[in-house]
Design a protein around this ligand. Structure first.
Ligand code: UDP
Length: 341
């Protein structure tokens, strides 16, 4: 029987891609999700264990039923802008939920834990390339809550031998090249899907959040990484733990920073269309530049990003967006039920 992995947030964007990569690598992914922002239709590569991280009993029940060898923890609130408007929601949901999960994992005797952290834990560091040794000073509640969870893992590692791999993501983009899963948020807040929706006429325009930053064209710099490459690293991180190599943190980015305007320019070549644009104010909580030093993942894990060029990421996202998204009808129903569309 295949080794099982409990994947929290397995119905969400990155979690669903991770389930596919795990299944392909010979594991059985069990998606643990409350379906608050994820889609049941995205759970296609293993069973769904519906539950909520704020409900410890539902975590205990899933761990007892499925008996996984490891936990991969994606489920979280993850929007920088929202985290600045409602910080309490971020601290409560992300930190309390993760603490429940980590305690339940240890209580179930599982000692392998893969955690989705973020470059937002580094904060704004004046354009320096950020590597794993860079001190972390988050400037928004999202990054703050993720850094707190890194601290919980450190302490549970020391006290109970919980081995953990922490991945600090830069900006995740693109979609499964085979079109089985992709990005679908309600409401959407991320640059690339919004830009594509504006091109398709699904929204009037893309608002550029600030064009007076100290960068080459005044817009923020980010390091974009393809979701398929990102989840490949997770499979390598899981194997790292199962091989007994122990606790380690890895950045996941490409080391190439692009401004918002450069992303927009790259989309023209892919879609052959203009992006309708509106100039907007800076978004609270945004760092000027976030660029990864990812040598460690490449040299230690053997990670090889294959699809993380801008045209490839935008192209895969474009095919997914134009395809209407597989969660279309169900997604639309959920969206209407929530009063969001
Ligand atoms: N951005 C923008 N307009 C949008 C959404 C995002 O100008 O409608 C900018 C945002 O300010 C940031 C970059 O695009 O500089 C990436 O933002 P996103 O929300 O995709 O990811 P984040 O960096 O917050 O994780």
């Amino acid at each position: 029987m295949a080794d099982r992995v409990l994947v929290t947030g397995g119905a969400g964007y990155i979690g669903a891609h991770a389930c596919k990569a795990l299944a392909r690598a010979g594991f059985e992914p069990v998606a643990f999700d409350n379906l608050s922002t994820g889609w049941a239709e995205a759970v296609r590569f293993g069973p769904l264990a519906q539950g909520d991280l704020t409900d410890r009993a539902s975590i205990d029940a899933a761990l007892a039923e499925w008996n996984p060898v490891a936990v991969m923890h994606f489920a979280a609130l993850s929007l920088v802008g929202e985290s600045m408007k409602d910080p309490g929601k971020y601290w409560r949901t992300n930190v309390n939920g993760s603490l429940n999960l980590i305690e339940a994992t240890v209580a179930a005797g599982i000692r392998n834990f893969v955690f989705s952290s973020t470059c937002a834990t580094y904060g704004d560091q004046d354009g320096v390339v950020l590597n794993e040794a860079t001190p972390q000073y988050p400037i928004n509640a999202y990054g703050g809550s993720k850094l707190a969870i890194e601290g919980i893992l450190r302490d549970f590692g020391a006290a109970f031998g919980l081995n953990h791999v922490i991945f600090r993501y830069f900006n995740v983009a693109g979609a499964d090249p085979e079109g089985e899963v992709g990005e679908q948020h309600v409401p959407e807040t991320h640059l690339i899907p919004i830009m594509l929706e504006a091109i398709e006429g699904k929204r009037p325009a893309l608002t550029v959040f600030g064009d007076d930053y100290p960068t080459r064209d005044g817009t923020c710099v980010r390091d974009y990484v393809h979701v398929s490459d990102l989840v490949d690293a997770h499979v390598l991180g899981l194997k790292w733990l199962l091989d007994g190599k122990g606790t380690r943190a890895f950045n996941l980015g490409t080391g190439n920073g692009f401004t918002v305007r450069e992303v927009i320019d790259a989309s023209r070549a892919v879609t052959n269309a203009e992006v309708p644009l509106v100039r907007g104010a800076r978004r609270a909580g945004d760092a000027v530049a976030l660029v990864s030093g990812s040598e460690r993942a490449i040299s230690e894990l053997g990670w090889e990003p294959k699809r993380s060029s801008l045209p490839q990421m935008i192209g895969d996202a474009w095919r997914w967006s134009k395809g209407g998204a597989i969660f279309g009808e169900a997604g639309a129903r959920t969206c209407r039920a929530r009063g969001e569309c």
